[in-house]
Design a protein around this ligand. Structure first.
Ligand SMILES: Cc1cc2nc3c(=O)[nH]c(=O)nc-3n(C[C@H](O)[C@H](O)[C@H](O)COP(=O)(O)O)c2cc1C
Length: 434
């Protein structure tokens, strides 16, 4: 039999194991399935979506979602380190694409793949939060709402009751009144995890945003308005969904919610990153699953677990802070060695494919979350984008499992691998300990 690249099982049933093979012409498929197939043909992976998003979005929107610190060096390092990981297959025991389901913090999900928090995703594509939340709920994967969002925590919990996580920044004034109230609202809304971002102790500059005319505080000035006019899909979505506002923090802004007011508010109320003492305080008051986002050093991971945190995002903020940081994936093995048995580890930064997710799990993570890939999908396809991106990531992960000889996601940990760029214990020992 010629090698068609698909197993016999899949040949006889193109949808086996949730896998939709884009090469099949299926006359009986429903309208939705036909659309899904067509998208798989035209945009088989995240980079196809990125290319389309670049053409379709206003320049400022694309530069906001895609640009990194400096010359994007940290983004490139994230991608290169993931690409460099080799996984060794074993054959003879898998005959169909395996399932991808898992559990995180006691909650079942359909894949170990999630959506990272994005502040102001409506700048990239108006309406983003609702589109992402709906797609995640329908697909059964975690969706992390960023606190700087155009829907409230409560609305997000209505749209995505089974999969919602919430990310917050530090609001330290008035003895953390706002941050602690957000945590209370998160608990009432039933979020599955509260994520404290702590890898933004300083504000850094992303030159591509600056060059595209984005200012701080953000203003939809004449230049950006002209730019927006060049993108009918972006404009249409803004007309349908309104100018993005930060409604989650509206109660704390005296009822205002515009981007300008929010920027002013963030300057006076927000800023800096949580200290250890502050994280401890959240641990004391928040009864649900508590996670910190932005850990790269195993000693920090250890301390987070000692404080009683349930999980951590190994992240360099998608390469948006400074270029010198390690690739997140390269920090995972040492962190997994230190706390892997005690905490849930999410790899975040650089994930573009289901293969990347498999690599992350093979080297010690429990899940892999992506930011930019989902934003590209919105830029390329609007509301349909996130579902398509999830379909692709899940299908890629399932095929990767099958190819490697894993019957489940859990078996990835046993796959022999080469990860040459990983940080070793000796690397961590080269600085002076703080
Ligand atoms: C446009 C944009 C806005 C972001 N805003 C936030 C934010 O408000 N809070 C946060 O914790 N992380 C934020 N992040 C970082 C993401 O949560 C995530 O760490 C990053 O996107 C992962 O890397 P990736 O884009 O390569 O997948 C943002 C990322 C992007 C691309």
């Amino acid at each position: 039999m010629p090698d068609t690249g698909i197993s016999q099982e899949t040949d006889s049933n193109p949808r086996k194991g949730g896998y939709v093979d884009p090469r099949y012409l299926d006359e009986d498929a429903s309208r939705d399935q036909k659309i899904a197939l067509e998208l798989r043909r035209r945009y088989p992976n995240a980079f196809d979506l990125r290319k389309k998003a670049r053409k379709r979005l206003p320049r400022f929107a694309f530069e906001y979602i895609d640009g990194g610190a400096g010359s994007d060096g940290n983004i490139q390092r994230n991608w290169a380190s993931l690409d460099g990981i080799e996984l060794m297959p074993r054959y003879g025991n898998v005959v169909a694409p395996p399932p991808t389901d898992i559990e995180l913090f006691g909650v079942p999900y359909n894949a170990p793949i999630g959506i990272s928090p994005i502040g102001g995703p409506g700048t990239g594509f108006p309406g983003a939060e609702r589109f992402l939340a709906r797609a995640a709920q329908a697909a059964g994967i975690p969706y992390t709402l960023g606190v700087l969002s155009a829907i409230t925590i409560e609305e997000a919990a209505e749209i995505a009751p089974d999969v919602l996580w919430l990310q917050i920044y530090r609001f330290a004034r008035n003895d953390h009144k706002i941050g602690l109230d957000l945590a209370r609202r998160a608990e009432t809304a039933g979020v599955k995890a509260l994520v404290l971002t702590w890898d933004t102790p300083v504000r850094t500059t992303r030159p591509r945003e600056v060059k595209a005319g984005i200012t701080n505080p953000f203003r939809l000035n004449m230049r950006l308005k002209m730019d927006a006019m060049s993108s009918p899909p972006w404009l249409m979505s803004m007309m349908r969904n309104g100018i993005p506002r930060f409604v989650s923090i509206k109660p704390y802004m005296g009822g205002a919610s515009s981007l300008e007011e929010a920027a002013k508010f963030m300057r006076t109320e927000g800023g800096g990153a949580f200290t250890w003492e502050e994280v401890k305080r959240y641990r004391d008051v928040f009864k649900g699953r508590l996670v910190v986002k932005g850990i790269l050093h195993p000693e920090d991971a250890k301390r987070a677990v000692e404080i009683g945190l349930d999980g951590l995002f190994v992240s360099n903020h998608g390469g948006r802070q400074i270029e010198a940081l390690p690739a997140s994936i390269d920090a995972v093995p040492a962190i997994a060695k230190e706390v892997g048995k005690k905490a849930t580890i999410v790899l975040d930064s650089g994930v573009r494919t289901g293969i990347d997710a498999a690599r992350a799990l093979a080297v010690g993570a429990d899940a892999a979350f992506a930011g930019k890939a989902f934003l590209w999908s919105l830029g390329a396809l609007g509301e349909r984008g996130p579902k398509h991106m999830i379909d692709v990531l899940k299908a890629e992960l399932s095929s990767t499992l099958g190819q490697l000889g894993c019957l489940s996601v859990g078996e990835l940990r046993n796959v022999p691998r080469r990860h040459r760029t990983a940080w070793s214990p000796e690397d961590f020992a080269t600085g002076t300990s703080i």
